[in-house]
Design a protein around this ligand. Sequence first.
Ligand code: AP5
Length: 212
Amino acid sequence: MNLILFGAPGVGKGTQSALLVEKLDMRHISTGDLFRNAIKNETELGKKAQSYMDAGNLVPDEIVIGMVEEVFENLNGQSFILDGFPRTTAQAEALEKLLDKVGISLDKVISLKVPQDELVSRLTGRRVCKGCGAVYHIESKPPKQEGVCDLCGEGVIQREDDKEEVIKTRLENYENSTRPVKEFYQNLGKFTEVDGTGSTEEVFARVQQNLG
Ligand code: AP5
């Protein structure tokens, strides 16, 4: 099963991907995580991506597509969940070509849906571990000890792009550049929508039901 988890910033793509990976033997490919790792490791890719990410803008297509191509070269037949890619129609078209080239087919695009005000509170309240990247929320999933990761003991911080002024730009970019990707996959007959409200477990049950 090869999937795309689609939806606005903060809708729960990363959270649901982690649950799916725990249950099924799948590779989680998050372009946001790949960029954050590149920034942490101070690579050329990270230097190119950082200013776009900090401002809440999309990294240019050619950079993202090149990075995803490299990941697919090393997939070794493993099933995947794409999270945060494709985010533009050009990226969706490039992915189709890439999948064709490597002889893999995409099974489904699951789009999570949550009202805008909930997206903002999920994003402003999100905290992440700067060591292992574990994701928390100050209300719905706080770490046991404030500011400390339950899993690795490192510090838990707010992402630069989870500040309110940057969130506004990210949500605008989603509306203008990413939402049109929905039509691309609807035309391929692969797009389904899942209610992303309620607890993490409730959403996961809906995702699993959708996957059959
Ligand atoms: P990226 O990291 O992909 O950000 P995003 O798409 O904005 O998604 P998020 O990580 O913000 O949210 P999510 O949907 O994964 O939500 P999560 O599960 O964490 O990208 C960052 C940047 O990288 C982009 O802005 C861009 O600059 C660049 N980039 C990446 N890919 C790119 C591409 N393809 N093209 C160009 N540029 C690209 O949940 C959010 C919070 O809500 C958490 O605190 C979580 O605990 C909480 N939560 C989750 N589910 C629930 C629930 N059911 N109930 C209550 N709280 C919940």
